[in-house]
Each structure stands twice: as C-alpha cells, then as structure tokens.
Ligand binder design. Structure first.
Ligand code: NAD
Ligand code: USQ
Length: 418
C-alpha cells in the first residue's frame, strides 16, 4: 500500500493479530488494536499459558514505541458484547480498513462442553455481525478483511481442487437442454463448532455485501506454523505467543515443541489427515496483499485461499522425528474426523498478487524447535495431551476423571462469559 492507511486490528493481541499489527505499523500505517484480552483469560481458565513469555498489551505497545518510534493505539473492547463501544470507535477513528481476527479459534476448545459450544457461537457470530452492522450504521466506507478458515470446506476433494470460495454449477431447468450456470459458495462441511462459526460468518458476509454493498475479503486460512516475524524478533518484549496445549496448540508447532521437550509426538489416529499450512510470515504478507486489493462496492465477497502447502499429519511427525530424534506415538483420535483424506487446493490469487511462499524447510523447522527449547522450562507437560472429545460416545468411553474435567470446564466457561 503506497498511502498511509488507518487500520483497526480486531483481535490484535492474539497469535496472528499481534504480528500483523506490528507488520502494518512497521510499514507506516496508522494502526489501532481492539481486543478484550479474552484469549489471556482462557489461558487462566485452562491453567496453561503461552510457552513464550508474552508481555501484557501495554508493555508490548511501549516496547514497540521504543524500538520503532511508531505508535499503535489500543482499545480494550469486547466486539461481541459492546456494540455501542465498537460503533463509537469506528466513528472516532474512521478506519479505511478493519482486519478481523477477533474470534475464539480453537476447534478442541469449542467442543469441550455445551458451555464452550455456546460461548464460541455467541462470541464469533456476534463479533462478526456487530462489526458489519456497525459499519453500516457508521455510514463509513470500510474494507473488512476477515480471517476465515480452510476448514469451512471440510477436507475432501470431490475429485477436484478446492476453488477459492465459489463453485461453478449447472442447474438443469424444466426445459430440456436449457441449463443455467451459476456460482455458489462452495458447499460447507465444518468439522467442529468453531469451524461451523466460520461458515455462519460466510453467510453474514454474503448478505451484507449484497444488501449494503459492504466491501469484504474473507481469507480462508490453513494452519499457521512458526512463531516469529522480523518485527516480533526485534525485542524480547515483542515476542509472539506460542500455544502448545491440547486445546490451542496446532499440530506442527505442537510437534516441534514436543520434540524440543522430549515428549513423544502425539499423532491422532492413523495420522492420515491431510491439512493446509502457511507460515506466520506469509500470513502477515497475505493480510497486506488483501488490504491492497479490496473488492469494489457492490462486488461480491472476495475469497482467497490463504495456504501455501498441504501435508499429512503422520508425514510431518516422521519428518520431525527424523530431524530431531523424537519418538512418534499414535494416540486414539479425540476428534471425529476422517481417518485419511487427500486435499488439493487452489491458491492462485495470492501467488498472482506476489506472495513468495515460505514452504516447509529443515532450517525453519529447527528455528521453531529452538524457540521451544529456549523456553522449555515454562512448559507444563500435563497440558500437552488433547482431552477435548467430540461425541457423547467418546465421552462415555472415557475414565470418570475426564467426565469430571468436562464438568469443571463447563463451570469455568460460565465464569468467562460473566
Ligand atoms: P488467538 O486466539 O490467538 O487471537 C484472537 C484474539 O481475538 C485474542 O487476542 C482474543 O482476546 C481476541 N478476541 C476474541 N474474541 C473477542 C471479542 N469478542 N472481542 C475482542 N477481542 C476478541 O487466535 P489466532 O490464532 O490469532 O487466530 C486469529 C484468527 O485467525 C481467528 O479468527 C482464527 O479463526 C483465524 N485462523 C487462525 C489459524 C491458526 O492456525 N492460528 C488458522 C486459520 C485461521
Ligand atoms: N493433530 C494431531 N496431533 C496433535 C494435534 C493435532 O494428530 O497433537 C491433528 C488433528 O487431529 C487434526 C490436524 O492435526 O487432524 C490439525 O489439527 P490442528 O489443531 O493443528 O488444527 P485445527 O483444529 O484444524 O485448527 C487450526 C486453528 C484454526 C484454523 C484451522 C485451519 O486452530 O483456528 O481455522 O487450523 S484448517 O485446519 O485449515 O481448518
């Protein structure tokens, strides 16, 4: 982006939002973070914390000021529950763009109990809907860039590459030979309540783009790996979060952390699940590219597949075991998901717009593992196993201790909502 742009980062204290805010500020944009710090409270609820020693938001911001000479604003605001606060912020700051990261993003957390399901649906859909309604009420022209997920599609191929959001279909009419061609949203097939909220988001976006001509880009992102960006590395006080626990840790970073602390790599089921991945550094670059290429008013929602490569879980485990000497353990899959799947995805838009993918390399894997080793003494190994079970049958088959854990979890999420 050539010009200085006013950008609000919703969820800018999180794993993706923080490095994205630093990257955009580094480029000279006027950045304000909105966050209710719920992710930090969820760490308390789960009795876990980032492996890396993340600083409080105020210390983060003053460190950035000191290191870069640049100012990032901060508003402590709950986007899902404080509509008036959000509207008044938009009217005051008048951003040209909003990047929306502010949702509960862990599939296992969303499946822990009825309370966690309800919290995730209410938080995520209200956050998204409040934003859209507030933009309309403010009468401002704001480009919304939302972080969605590859998981809205499910992880099948249906014999074709998964397109970027829309599927061409031919509908037979009653007149023989007279078919109608149209594009529809690719059929959704979410695998968790969390992923399901991103499906609901898609429909909210489609409605507001059609009805109010809002300009919206939805980034269907794969699993992030890596932990640093050039900005977060500039000072230890700017360090990014590193989730490794069974609810929030994602597979590749978890395996690298497990290798670093000498814990067997926890492959769920057969490890035949194929998933899409993208490095954290490419994520911030993709957000920048999306901001530079907004849809026109009246155009339908732009959907980009934000991923650079696909890998099978057991192949990742074997690769990391080879590099690090870690052992691999096949554990019963706590989720309800296909034992094996192939995944082929179109990701041409970002490549055409200049993304140079940072693909999996031994050097980068070792870099993450070294970060994990540096902070290994902060790890609580009892938090590594994934304990969130997807179905009543799985829960019925578990020892009583886990059922009690689920009850305690239900009570603590109630406390979070209050
Ligand atoms: P995160 O949990 O680290 O960050 C989310 C941030 O949003 C947190 O700081 C949290 O406090 C804030 N937040 C949540 N609800 C809020 C509310 N109601 N009001 C204000 N702030 C709120 O998650 P992340 O890994 O940074 O993910 C960011 C986004 O990217 C999510 O929407 C997620 O679905 C998407 N995404 C993440 C990944 C990944 O691998 N991490 C992959 C694909 C998509
Ligand atoms: N898995 C293991 N062992 C582990 C952890 C995970 O085998 O120790 C497996 C899971 O069973 C699953 C796969 O690895 O098959 C991916 O799990 P994950 O926790 O890395 O990713 P997921 O739950 O899909 O969620 C993450 C982010 C979410 C984002 C999504 C992108 O938390 O916010 O939307 O990745 S995607 O997967 O493309 O839908």
């Amino acid at each position: 982006m050539g010009d200085i742009v006013k950008i609000a980062i919703l969820g800018g204290d999180g794993f993706c939002g923080w490095p994205a805010a630093l990257h955009l500020s580094d480029q000279g944009h006027d950045v304000v973070i909105l966050d209710n710090l719920s992710r930090r409270r969820i760490d308390e609820e789960l009795g876990t914390s980032s492996l890396t020693p993340i600083r409080g938001i105020e210390e983060r911001l003053s460190a950035w000021r000191e290191v870069s000479g640049k100012e990032i604003g901060f508003e402590h605001l709950d986007i899902a529950r404080d509509y008036e606060g959000l509207l008044s912020f938009l009217q005051r700051f008048q951003p040209e763009a909003v990047v929306h990261f502010a949702e509960q993003r862990a599939a296992p957390y969303s499946m822990k109990s009825a309370g966690h399901k309800r919290y995730t649906v209410e938080n995520n859909t209200s956050a998204t809907h409040n934003l859209l309604a507030a933009i309309v009420e403010s009468e401002l022209d704001i480009h919304v860039v939302h972080l969605g997920t590859m998981g809205v599609y499910g992880y099948g191929t249906a014999g074709m590459k998964i397109p970027e959001g829309y599927l061409n279909v031919e509908v037979p009419t009653e007149d023989e030979g007279d078919n109608i061609s149209q594009q529809i949203l690719y059929p959704s097939n979410p695998g968790s309540i969390y992923h399901m909220t991103k499906v609901l988001d898609q429909h909210l976006f489609a409605f507001y783009a059609k009805n109010d001509s809002l300009r919206i880009t939805d980034l269907h992102q794969g699993i992030i790996w890596g932990t640093h960006t050039p900005q977060t590395e500039r000072d230890e006080r700017l360090i990014n979060r590193f989730d490794y626990d069974g609810d929030y840790g994602t597979v590749l970073n978890r395996f690298l952390m497990q290798a670093a602390v000498g814990y067997p790599l926890t492959v769920h089921g057969t490890g035949g699940q194929t998933r899409a991945f993208i490095h954290l550094r490419d994520m911030v670059r993709c957000v920048e590219i999306a901001l530079e290429n907004p849809p026109a008013a009246g155009e339908r929602v732009k959907i980009f597949n934000q991923m650079t490569e696909t890998h099978r879980v057991r192949d990742l485990a074997n690769l990391i075991a080879e590099i690090s000497g870690a052992s691999v353990e096949m554990v019963p899959n706590p989720r309800k998901e296909s034992a094996e799947n192939d995944l082929h995805v179109v990701n041409e838009t970002f490549l055409k717009l200049g993304l140079k993918p940072t693909t999996l390399s031994e050097g980068l894997l070792v870099e993450v593992e070294e970060t994990a080793r540096r902070y290994a003494e902060r790890a609580d190994l009892s938090k590594i196993p994934a304990r969130s079970l997807w179905t009543a049958e799985q829960i019925a088959g578990e020892p009583e201790s886990l059922a009690v854990e689920s009850l305690i979890a239900e009570q603590s999420v109630d406390a979070l909502q209050r």
